[in-house]
Design a binder for this molecule. Structure first.
Ligand code: ADP
Length: 192
């Protein structure tokens, strides 16, 4: 069973690569951003709560995110493994995830960090905003705030996994297929 954290700043390509990884390795995709957008589209209470934070490019409170992920894990307990995309985004979330997986008798196999420079990130996000309809992709102030939040609150998560020898860095610039082949090579070396 593989449990993989796909990590990186906004616009690093986590969504694109996740789709390819779940197909090849038969994993369950848990993207907290996608889950929040689904709730938002359905107008649920959770969606309304998350919207306030997402609109500003701030993080949704940890306890809300963790509860949502827990539900997703327990409702897929016969899965072959999970790919976590956009989660954990804080050290509190990372510790909670370890506990959730421990309860299922499993653990994180490895974390893959997609490394992309800031200039490229901003270009990609603003380009995506033209077709995605995501309001947080269309406003340069919101984009800059997401990158700021990433550096301050999310980057410490990389150290958390590095200290456990689980961090694998991949260059996230180049063709989608080449990046995917680099990621696949790493996944095949992970304990599972
Ligand atoms: P991106 O990585 O491109 O910024 P996501 O789709 O992963 O986009 O997330 C969009 C927004 O959803 C974030 O800016 C944040 O407000 C919220 N969000 C997603 N995942 C989390 C999380 N794990 N913790 C807190 N907030 C989150």
């Amino acid at each position: 069973m593989y449990n993989i954290v796909l990590f990186g700043p906004p616009g690093a390509g986590k969504g694109t690569q996740s789709e390819m990884i779940i197909d090849k390795f038969n994993l369950t995709h848990i993207s907290t951003g996608d889950l929040f957008r689904k709730h938002l589209g359905e107008g649920t209470e959770l969606g309304k709560l998350a919207q306030k934070y997402m609109d500003q490019g701030n993080l949704v409170p940890d306890e809300v995110v963790i509860k949502m992920v827990e539900l997703k894990i327990t409702s897929n307990n016969s899965s072959n493994g999970f790919i976590f995309d956009g989660f954990p985004r804080t050290v509190t979330q990372a510790k909670a995830l370890d506990q959730l997986l421990e309860k299922q008798g499993t653990e994180i196999s490895g974390m893959i960090l997609l490394d992309v420079d800031e200039f490229e990130l901003i270009n990609r996000i603003m380009l995506r905003g033209k077709s995605s309809g995501r309001s947080d992709d269309q406003d340069i102030n919101k984009v800059n705030n997401r990158i700021k939040v990433y550096k301050k609150e999310t980057l410490p998560v990389a150290t958390y996994y590095d200290e456990q020898g689980k961090l694998n860095k991949i260059v996230g610039v180049g063709s989608v297929d080449n990046i995917f082949s680099d990621i696949s090579e790493v996944i095949e070396t992970l304990p599972h």
